[in-house]
Write a protein that binds this ligand. Structure first.
Ligand SMILES: [Zn+2]
Length: 272
């Protein structure tokens, strides 16, 4: 199997959408809805396959029997795009992703305006897919109202999003340009966490929401992953990670280490 023949099925939610539900999206045309439908699914599929090609050595060993991408026209999903761990099954080889209405709008705009701003975004979700077993485990804690469970959820989110966004950081896309800045910002977040009166049960849910929405998971997380990978003695130590962690990202961008977006076999670490 290659990225070109992965079994990908893309459909809109609802399947029988009306003109009113899609009329504001770029390129929509009441007289050519079937063509538009086909074009949108082709665009999304093309971008998704590009991401699969970029990460192919990472994912080629996985069991792929079906990949479904739901294009959400009715606002059930917030944010941009995502991976549904609960609807996916490693054993069955079936994996499900979604794109929100807002994302679809931005995606189509970027397509029609030929901007590549959103080019790498599916890679993030594919790395969540590779991390499937761990994210389903951590999601369990989401349901608890115990603040200790929330702390685990909060800390593991740096790991989960840090792994998924490490790819973008290695390409030079991260607002934080060095590990020391990341460390200080993380510690400031922890001090804020400690200052909350968690014993007051009436504020827990609101505070959880605030912490999860003002998080630094995507920019701090990759630096934390790099830090772990660059600790001498750690079984996954790599001199490449140590080199990036040591040098500021700005130097990485200047060309000390250059990546073109395609993951190669010899760049991959294998963990036991
Ligand atoms: Zn994510």
């Amino acid at each position: 199997m290659t990225a070109d023949n992965l079994p990908i099925d893309i459909y809109f939610r609802p399947r029988n959408y009306t003109w009113d539900e899609m009329c504001d999206l770029p390129g929509a045309n009441k007289d050519c809805m079937i063509d538009w439908d086909y074009e949108v699914r082709t665009i999304v599929e093309g971008r998704f396959r590009d991401a699969c090609r970029n990460l192919w050595p990472l994912i080629e060993g996985l069991n792929f029997r079906s990949i479904t991408i739901v294009l959400d026209l009715i606002g059930m999903e917030h944010g941009d795009i995502g991976y549904y761990p609960y609807d996916s099954s490693e054993e069955k080889g079936s994996y499900v992703f979604y794109a929100s209405y807002d994302f679809l709008e931005a995606y189509l705009r970027s397509h029609f305006e030929e901007s590549y701003e959103l080019r790498y975004i599916w890679e993030h979700e594919l790395i969540h897919l590779c991390d499937h077993r761990n994210i389903t485990e951590f999601k369990y804690y989401n349901l608890s109202t115990d603040v200790r469970e929330f702390l685990i959820h909060y800390l593991l989110s740096f790991r989960n999003e840090g792994l998924a966004d490490l790819y973008f950081t290695m390409l030079g896309h991260n607002d934080i340009m060095g590990s020391e800045t990341a460390r200080q910002k993380f510690l400031a977040g922890i001090r804020k966490f400690e200052a909350v009166r968690w014993e007051d049960e009436t504020i827990i849910k609101q505070k959880e929401y605030e912490f999860m929405s003002e998080n630094g998971f995507y920019d701090l997380g990759p630096w934390m992953v790099l830090h772990v990978l660059s600790c001498p003695g750690y079984k996954g130590y790599t001199s490449q990670a140590a080199s990036v962690a040591e040098h500021k990202l700005i130097e990485l961008c200047k060309g000390k280490l250059q990546y073109d977006g395609v993951i190669r076999k010899d760049n991959i670490l294998v963990y036991s």
